[in-house]
Design a protein around this ligand. Structure first.
Ligand SMILES: [Zn+2]
Length: 297
Protein backbone atom coordinates (compact mmCIF):
# COMPACT_ATOMS: atom_id res chain seq x y z
CA UNK A 1 0.00 0.00 0.00
CA UNK A 2 1.16 3.53 -0.71
CA UNK A 3 2.70 4.76 2.57
CA UNK A 4 0.45 7.81 3.04
CA UNK A 5 -2.63 5.62 2.68
CA UNK A 6 -1.77 3.10 5.40
CA UNK A 7 -3.50 5.10 8.13
CA UNK A 8 -6.78 5.01 6.20
CA UNK A 9 -6.21 1.35 5.46
CA UNK A 10 -5.80 0.56 9.16
CA UNK A 11 -8.93 2.47 10.13
CA UNK A 12 -10.98 0.82 7.40
CA UNK A 13 -9.64 -2.58 8.40
CA UNK A 14 -10.69 -2.05 12.02
CA UNK A 15 -14.21 -1.10 10.94
CA UNK A 16 -14.32 -4.07 8.59
CA UNK A 17 -13.20 -6.65 11.13
CA UNK A 18 -15.61 -5.31 13.76
CA UNK A 19 -18.53 -5.24 11.33
CA UNK A 20 -18.90 -1.46 11.53
CA UNK A 21 -18.07 -0.56 7.97
CA UNK A 22 -20.74 1.60 6.30
CA UNK A 23 -22.43 0.19 3.20
CA UNK A 24 -21.93 3.40 1.29
CA UNK A 25 -18.44 4.89 1.37
CA UNK A 26 -17.10 7.94 -0.39
CA UNK A 27 -13.35 8.32 -0.92
CA UNK A 28 -12.60 11.92 -1.78
CA UNK A 29 -9.34 13.62 -2.67
CA UNK A 30 -7.39 15.24 -5.47
CA UNK A 31 -6.44 13.36 -8.61
CA UNK A 32 -3.30 11.34 -8.00
CA UNK A 33 -3.74 10.92 -4.22
CA UNK A 34 -4.43 7.17 -4.48
CA UNK A 35 -8.23 6.85 -4.24
CA UNK A 36 -8.28 3.95 -6.69
CA UNK A 37 -5.56 2.07 -4.85
CA UNK A 38 -7.42 2.39 -1.55
CA UNK A 39 -10.77 1.50 -3.14
CA UNK A 40 -9.28 -1.57 -4.80
CA UNK A 41 -7.71 -2.71 -1.56
CA UNK A 42 -11.01 -2.30 0.28
CA UNK A 43 -12.86 -4.22 -2.43
CA UNK A 44 -10.28 -7.00 -2.16
CA UNK A 45 -10.63 -7.10 1.63
CA UNK A 46 -14.42 -7.25 1.42
CA UNK A 47 -14.38 -10.09 -1.10
CA UNK A 48 -11.59 -12.24 0.33
CA UNK A 49 -12.79 -15.33 2.23
CA UNK A 50 -9.65 -15.84 4.37
CA UNK A 51 -9.11 -14.80 7.98
CA UNK A 52 -6.62 -12.04 7.31
CA UNK A 53 -7.79 -10.10 4.31
CA UNK A 54 -6.99 -9.78 1.47
CA UNK A 55 -4.94 -12.99 1.37
CA UNK A 56 -4.27 -13.02 -2.38
CA UNK A 57 -4.62 -16.83 -2.50
CA UNK A 58 -8.22 -17.82 -1.88
CA UNK A 59 -10.59 -18.52 -4.76
CA UNK A 60 -12.19 -15.13 -4.30
CA UNK A 61 -8.86 -13.30 -4.44
CA UNK A 62 -7.78 -15.27 -7.53
CA UNK A 63 -11.02 -14.52 -9.34
CA UNK A 64 -10.68 -10.84 -8.52
CA UNK A 65 -7.07 -10.73 -9.70
CA UNK A 66 -8.14 -12.37 -12.94
CA UNK A 67 -10.76 -9.66 -13.38
CA UNK A 68 -13.63 -12.14 -13.35
CA UNK A 69 -15.14 -11.93 -9.86
CA UNK A 70 -18.93 -12.15 -10.17
CA UNK A 71 -19.42 -10.22 -6.90
CA UNK A 72 -17.40 -7.20 -7.99
CA UNK A 73 -18.88 -4.58 -10.28
CA UNK A 74 -16.73 -1.72 -11.56
CA UNK A 75 -18.72 1.07 -13.14
CA UNK A 76 -17.13 2.45 -16.28
CA UNK A 77 -16.45 6.15 -15.77
CA UNK A 78 -14.25 6.73 -18.79
CA UNK A 79 -16.90 8.75 -20.65
CA UNK A 80 -17.85 12.35 -20.01
CA UNK A 81 -20.82 11.37 -17.83
CA UNK A 82 -22.31 8.39 -15.99
CA UNK A 83 -25.95 7.88 -16.89
CA UNK A 84 -28.96 6.25 -15.34
CA UNK A 85 -28.39 2.93 -17.16
CA UNK A 86 -25.18 2.36 -15.23
CA UNK A 87 -27.02 2.95 -11.96
CA UNK A 88 -29.78 0.55 -12.99
CA UNK A 89 -27.14 -2.10 -13.61
CA UNK A 90 -25.67 -1.29 -10.20
CA UNK A 91 -29.02 -1.65 -8.41
CA UNK A 92 -29.72 -4.99 -10.06
CA UNK A 93 -26.27 -6.23 -9.14
CA UNK A 94 -26.71 -5.20 -5.53
CA UNK A 95 -30.14 -6.82 -5.27
CA UNK A 96 -28.79 -10.21 -6.40
CA UNK A 97 -27.14 -12.89 -4.27
CA UNK A 98 -23.40 -13.10 -3.73
CA UNK A 99 -21.86 -15.97 -5.73
CA UNK A 100 -18.94 -16.56 -3.37
CA UNK A 101 -20.98 -16.53 -0.12
CA UNK A 102 -19.46 -13.29 1.06
CA UNK A 103 -19.98 -9.66 0.05
CA UNK A 104 -20.85 -7.86 -3.15
CA UNK A 105 -18.85 -4.76 -3.96
CA UNK A 106 -19.41 -1.95 -6.41
CA UNK A 107 -16.63 0.48 -7.31
CA UNK A 108 -17.96 3.74 -8.68
CA UNK A 109 -15.14 6.14 -9.65
CA UNK A 110 -15.65 9.78 -10.66
CA UNK A 111 -19.02 10.17 -8.92
CA UNK A 112 -19.03 13.83 -9.97
CA UNK A 113 -19.77 12.57 -13.50
CA UNK A 114 -23.22 11.23 -12.51
CA UNK A 115 -26.06 12.90 -14.37
CA UNK A 116 -28.82 14.33 -12.18
CA UNK A 117 -31.12 11.41 -12.99
CA UNK A 118 -28.34 8.93 -12.26
CA UNK A 119 -27.54 10.61 -8.94
CA UNK A 120 -31.21 10.43 -7.95
CA UNK A 121 -31.36 6.76 -8.88
CA UNK A 122 -28.25 6.11 -6.82
CA UNK A 123 -29.82 7.77 -3.78
CA UNK A 124 -32.52 5.09 -3.70
CA UNK A 125 -29.91 2.33 -3.65
CA UNK A 126 -27.95 4.10 -0.95
CA UNK A 127 -31.05 4.45 1.22
CA UNK A 128 -31.54 0.73 1.69
CA UNK A 129 -28.41 -1.16 0.74
CA UNK A 130 -28.67 -4.97 1.03
CA UNK A 131 -26.88 -6.39 4.06
CA UNK A 132 -23.94 -7.89 2.18
CA UNK A 133 -23.44 -5.09 -0.35
CA UNK A 134 -20.87 -2.33 -0.27
CA UNK A 135 -20.73 0.64 -2.54
CA UNK A 136 -17.37 2.42 -2.76
CA UNK A 137 -17.68 5.81 -4.42
CA UNK A 138 -14.71 7.94 -5.41
CA UNK A 139 -14.51 11.61 -6.31
CA UNK A 140 -12.01 14.38 -6.80
CA UNK A 141 -14.78 17.00 -6.48
CA UNK A 142 -16.85 16.26 -3.39
CA UNK A 143 -17.90 19.94 -3.27
CA UNK A 144 -19.92 19.43 -6.42
CA UNK A 145 -21.91 16.48 -5.06
CA UNK A 146 -25.48 16.86 -3.83
CA UNK A 147 -25.77 17.05 -0.01
CA UNK A 148 -28.38 14.27 -0.16
CA UNK A 149 -25.78 11.98 -1.71
CA UNK A 150 -23.04 13.01 0.72
CA UNK A 151 -25.28 12.46 3.73
CA UNK A 152 -25.88 8.83 2.77
CA UNK A 153 -22.19 7.93 2.62
CA UNK A 154 -19.43 7.59 5.12
CA UNK A 155 -17.00 10.24 3.98
CA UNK A 156 -13.26 9.51 3.75
CA UNK A 157 -11.33 12.57 2.80
CA UNK A 158 -7.81 11.71 1.65
CA UNK A 159 -5.70 14.68 2.66
CA UNK A 160 -3.08 16.31 0.44
CA UNK A 161 0.46 15.12 1.21
CA UNK A 162 3.31 17.59 1.52
CA UNK A 163 5.42 15.91 4.21
CA UNK A 164 9.08 14.89 4.10
CA UNK A 165 8.03 11.22 4.12
CA UNK A 166 6.12 11.64 0.89
CA UNK A 167 8.91 13.72 -0.61
CA UNK A 168 11.23 10.83 0.28
CA UNK A 169 8.87 8.28 -1.26
CA UNK A 170 8.82 10.29 -4.47
CA UNK A 171 12.61 10.39 -4.59
CA UNK A 172 12.75 6.59 -4.16
CA UNK A 173 10.37 5.96 -7.04
CA UNK A 174 12.32 7.78 -9.68
CA UNK A 175 15.88 8.21 -10.89
CA UNK A 176 15.18 11.85 -11.62
CA UNK A 177 15.80 14.64 -9.13
CA UNK A 178 12.58 15.79 -7.45
CA UNK A 179 12.13 19.58 -7.66
CA UNK A 180 11.11 20.87 -4.22
CA UNK A 181 8.03 22.65 -5.60
CA UNK A 182 6.58 19.59 -7.31
CA UNK A 183 4.32 18.21 -4.55
CA UNK A 184 2.86 21.66 -3.94
CA UNK A 185 2.37 22.17 -7.64
CA UNK A 186 0.42 18.90 -7.76
CA UNK A 187 -1.78 19.96 -4.82
CA UNK A 188 -0.21 17.31 -2.60
CA UNK A 189 -1.08 14.40 -4.90
CA UNK A 190 2.04 12.17 -4.94
CA UNK A 191 0.99 9.91 -7.84
CA UNK A 192 0.36 12.90 -10.04
CA UNK A 193 3.75 14.28 -9.03
CA UNK A 194 5.35 10.97 -9.95
CA UNK A 195 3.72 10.97 -13.37
CA UNK A 196 4.97 14.49 -14.02
CA UNK A 197 8.41 13.53 -12.82
CA UNK A 198 8.66 10.45 -15.02
CA UNK A 199 7.31 12.15 -18.13
CA UNK A 200 9.88 14.95 -17.86
CA UNK A 201 7.08 17.47 -17.40
CA UNK A 202 8.43 18.41 -13.97
CA UNK A 203 11.86 19.29 -15.41
CA UNK A 204 10.26 21.42 -18.05
CA UNK A 205 8.11 23.13 -15.46
CA UNK A 206 11.13 23.92 -13.32
CA UNK A 207 12.85 25.43 -16.32
CA UNK A 208 9.85 27.62 -17.10
CA UNK A 209 9.51 28.79 -13.50
CA UNK A 210 13.19 29.75 -13.57
CA UNK A 211 12.66 31.68 -16.81
CA UNK A 212 9.74 33.53 -15.26
CA UNK A 213 11.80 34.37 -12.17
CA UNK A 214 14.57 35.63 -14.46
CA UNK A 215 12.11 37.88 -16.27
CA UNK A 216 10.93 39.44 -13.01
CA UNK A 217 14.56 39.85 -11.86
CA UNK A 218 15.40 41.68 -15.08
CA UNK A 219 17.86 39.04 -16.23
CA UNK A 220 15.76 37.86 -19.16
CA UNK A 221 13.90 39.74 -21.87
CA UNK A 222 10.14 39.78 -22.41
CA UNK A 223 10.33 38.28 -25.89
CA UNK A 224 12.50 35.38 -24.70
CA UNK A 225 10.13 34.67 -21.81
CA UNK A 226 7.04 34.75 -24.01
CA UNK A 227 8.70 32.45 -26.52
CA UNK A 228 9.44 29.89 -23.82
CA UNK A 229 6.00 30.11 -22.20
CA UNK A 230 4.26 29.66 -25.53
CA UNK A 231 5.54 26.10 -25.65
CA UNK A 232 4.11 25.21 -22.23
CA UNK A 233 0.97 23.06 -22.15
CA UNK A 234 -0.91 24.51 -19.16
CA UNK A 235 0.34 28.07 -19.16
CA UNK A 236 -2.58 29.52 -17.14
CA UNK A 237 -2.01 26.97 -14.36
CA UNK A 238 1.72 27.62 -14.48
CA UNK A 239 1.36 31.39 -14.25
CA UNK A 240 -1.31 31.15 -11.55
CA UNK A 241 0.98 28.99 -9.48
CA UNK A 242 3.94 31.31 -10.04
CA UNK A 243 1.82 34.27 -8.92
CA UNK A 244 0.47 32.63 -5.77
CA UNK A 245 3.59 30.85 -4.58
CA UNK A 246 6.51 32.84 -5.90
CA UNK A 247 5.54 36.40 -6.71
CA UNK A 248 2.80 37.42 -4.25
CA UNK A 249 4.59 36.11 -1.12
CA UNK A 250 7.44 38.50 -1.98
CA UNK A 251 5.01 41.38 -2.22
CA UNK A 252 3.38 40.98 1.18
CA UNK A 253 4.11 44.61 2.15
CA UNK A 254 2.55 46.02 -0.97
CA UNK A 255 -0.64 48.14 -0.83
CA UNK A 256 -3.72 45.86 -0.88
CA UNK A 257 -5.11 47.74 -3.89
CA UNK A 258 -2.11 46.74 -5.94
CA UNK A 259 -2.32 43.09 -4.84
CA UNK A 260 -5.98 43.13 -5.86
CA UNK A 261 -5.03 44.65 -9.23
CA UNK A 262 -2.59 41.76 -9.78
CA UNK A 263 -5.31 39.20 -9.04
CA UNK A 264 -7.73 40.97 -11.36
CA UNK A 265 -5.16 41.18 -14.11
CA UNK A 266 -4.57 37.44 -13.88
CA UNK A 267 -8.30 36.59 -13.85
CA UNK A 268 -8.90 38.80 -16.88
CA UNK A 269 -6.07 37.21 -18.82
CA UNK A 270 -7.33 33.68 -17.95
CA UNK A 271 -10.86 34.62 -19.03
CA UNK A 272 -9.62 36.04 -22.36
CA UNK A 273 -7.54 32.92 -22.96
CA UNK A 274 -10.71 30.83 -22.77
CA UNK A 275 -13.31 33.16 -24.26
CA UNK A 276 -11.64 35.07 -27.07
CA UNK A 277 -11.33 32.70 -29.98
CA UNK A 278 -8.53 33.50 -32.35
CA UNK A 279 -6.85 35.75 -29.80
CA UNK A 280 -3.22 36.45 -30.59
CA UNK A 281 -1.85 34.54 -27.61
CA UNK A 282 1.65 35.90 -28.00
CA UNK A 283 0.44 39.50 -27.83
CA UNK A 284 -1.92 38.80 -24.94
CA UNK A 285 0.81 37.08 -22.96
CA UNK A 286 3.27 39.92 -23.64
CA UNK A 287 0.73 42.51 -22.49
CA UNK A 288 -0.09 40.48 -19.39
CA UNK A 289 3.54 40.02 -18.35
CA UNK A 290 4.39 43.67 -19.02
CA UNK A 291 1.49 44.89 -16.89
CA UNK A 292 2.28 42.37 -14.17
CA UNK A 293 5.86 43.57 -13.99
CA UNK A 294 4.71 47.17 -13.82
CA UNK A 295 2.37 46.38 -10.91
CA UNK A 296 5.08 44.39 -9.17
CA UNK A 297 7.69 47.12 -9.61
ZN1 LIG B 1 -8.32 -14.02 -0.23
Amino acid sequence: MLPWLTRYQQQLNTLLTTGQLAHGLLLAGPEGIGKHQLANWLAAALLCTAQTVPCGQCKSCLLRQAGSHADLLIIDSSGTSIGVDAIRQLSQFMAGRAQQQRNKVVLLPDVEKLTEAAANALLKTLEEPPQDSFLILQTKASNSLAPTLLSRCQHWSLAAEYGDDTQGWLAQQSNRAVPDFLLHYCAGAPLKALTMLESGEADQLELLLNHLAAFFNDTQSLSQTVKQLEQATAVTTLLGWFLRRRLLPQLADMAPARILAIHQLYSRWCRDEIQILGQNKQLALSAFLTELKRLQG
